[in-house]
Design a protein around this ligand. Structure first.
Ligand code: ADE
Ligand code: ZN
Length: 328
C-alpha cells in the first residue's frame, strides 16, 4: 500500500495559506488588484525567507475582500484537502483578514466559510473546524479584537484559538489577555512556537499562554529537558516538515527532528501549514516521511489517531474522525 493513500487528519493549516495560486490570480484579476510581485516565473508564490514569506502571504490574502471570497476559498481548499485523503482538518482563520477584527463582519465571514464547509462535507466527507488566530506581528491590541471574535463565536465549529505570525516579534506572554479570554469562552489553545524561536519560546507558550498544543514546536529538540516536559504535560506538536525545510529551519527532511521527537515519546502529528507556498501537499508530506524515515502505514495510523485525539472538536465529531481513519 502507498502510504500517501492513507486517510489523514490535519491540525495545522492556514486558511489563506492554502489558497491555490490560480485561485488568487483569478480573484486578483476580477478585482483589478496588482499582485504580480507575489508570483515567480513558474506561477508559484515567490519569497526569500520567513519575513518575506509573511509579507507575500499578506499580499496574496489582500485579494480576499468579501465573505463570498472566503466561501470560494473554503471550497477550493477543502476540495484539495479531500483529494489528498484528509478526512478532518483544523484551519487557522483570522478575524484580522476576515473583517478587520469587527465582530459583525467576522460573523458574516464565518457564516460564508461554514456554509462552504457544510457543502464540502456533504460532497467529499471532509470535516472542517476553525481555530481562530491572532497574528503576532499585528500586536497584542489587535489580538484582543480577534480573541473577542473567537469568544463570541465559540462552539462546536469554532473550537480553538491560536497565534501565527512573526515569532521574532514580542513575546508569547504579551498575548496572555487574549488567551485568557479565549480559554474562558471554552476554546482550546495552541500557538506557533519553536519554529523560528528556540526552546524558550515553546516554554513561554506553555507557561504564559497555557496551550495544550504547539504549532511546530520542533526546535524543542535543542533542549532535552523541554522534550521531557512536552511528554510529561502531554502536549501535541503540530509538525509541518515540508514547511520547515522550505523556510530553512532544517536543511532537508533527513535532518528534520520529527523522528527524534517521536521516538523520544513526544506526541507528533503531520500537517502542511501553507501547502502551495511550500510546494507540498499532505500526500507529499507522507511520501517524504516514508522516504526519509521509513514511516509505514502503522506509524501513520498512530500519528493520525494521535491527531484525532488532539483535535479540538467535540467528542461526537472525534468519534466520526476515528471511524474514518479505520474504514476509509
Ligand atoms: N502564518 C502562516 N504560516 C505561518 C508560519 N509557518 N509561521 C507563522 N505564521 C504563519
Ligand atoms: Zn503555521
Amino acid at each position: 500500500m502507498n502510504v500517501a493513500d492513507l486517510p489523514k487528519v490535519e491540525l495545522h493549516l492556514h486558511h489563506e495559506g492554502a489558497a491555490p495560486p490560480a485561485f488568487v490570480r483569478q480573484l486578483a484579476q476580477e478585482k483589478s488588484v496588482d499582485i504580480s510581485k507575489v508570483f515567480n516565473a513558474q506561477g508559484g508564490y515567490a519569497f526569500n525567507d520567513f519575513v518575506h514569506f509573511l509579507s507575500v502571504y499578506e499580499q496574496a490574502t489582500s485579494v480576499l475582500k468579501t465573505p463570498e471570497d472566503y466561501g470560494r476559498l473554503t471550497t477550493a481548499v477543502l476540495e484539495e484537502s479531500a483529494a489528498n485523503g484528509v478526512v478532518y482538518t483544523e484551519s487557522f482563520i483570522s478575524p484580522d483578514f476576515c473583517g478587520g477584527g469587527d465582530l459583525g463582519a467576522w460573523k458574516e465571514y464565518l457564516h460564508a466559510i461554514q456554509d462552504a464547509a457544510d457543502k464540502a462535507e456533504a460532497a467529499h466527507g471532509i470535516i472542517l473546524r476553525a481555530v481562530v488566530t491572532c497574528v503576532r506581528h499585528f500586536g497584542p491590541e489587535k489580538a484582543k479584537a480577534s480573541a473577542l471574535c473567537a469568544a463570541e463565536t465559540a462552539g462546536d465549529w469554532v473550537v480553538g484559538f491560536g497565534m501565527g505570525g512573526d515569532e521574532g516579534q514580542g513575546r508569547q506572554g504579551d498575548f496572555a489577555y487574549s488567551y485568557d479570554m479565549a480559554r474562558e469562552a471554552g476554546l482550546r489553545l495552541t500557538s506557533h512556537a519553536g519554529e523560528f524561536g528556540g526552546p524558550d519560546s515553546v516554554r513561554d507558550a506553555i507557561r504564559d499562554l497555557g496551550v495544550e498544543r504547539i504549532g511546530h514546536g520542533v526546535r524543542a529538540i535543542e533542549d532535552p529537558e523541554l522534550v521531557q516536559e512536552l511528554i510529561d504535560r502531554d502536549i501535541t506538536l503540530e509538525v509541518c516538515p515540508g514547511s520547515n525545510v522550505v523556510l530553512g529551519v532544517f536543511p532537508d527532511f533527513a535532518a528534520h527532528p520529527i523522528e527524534r521527537l517521536r521516538s523520544a515519546g513526544v506526541k507528533v502529528t503531520v500537517s502542511t501549514d501553507d501547502p502551495p507556498f511550500f510546494a507540498t501537499t499532505m500526500r507529499r508530506e507522507y511520501q517524504m516521511l516514508n522516504q526519509a524515515f521509513g514511516y509505514d502505514a502503522d506509524i501513520f495510523h498512530t500519528l493520525n489517531t494521535t491527531a484525532a485525539h488532539a483535535a479540538f472538536c467535540n467528542d461526537e465529531t472525534r468519534a466520526r474522525v476515528l471511524k474514518a481513519l479505520e474504514t476509509t
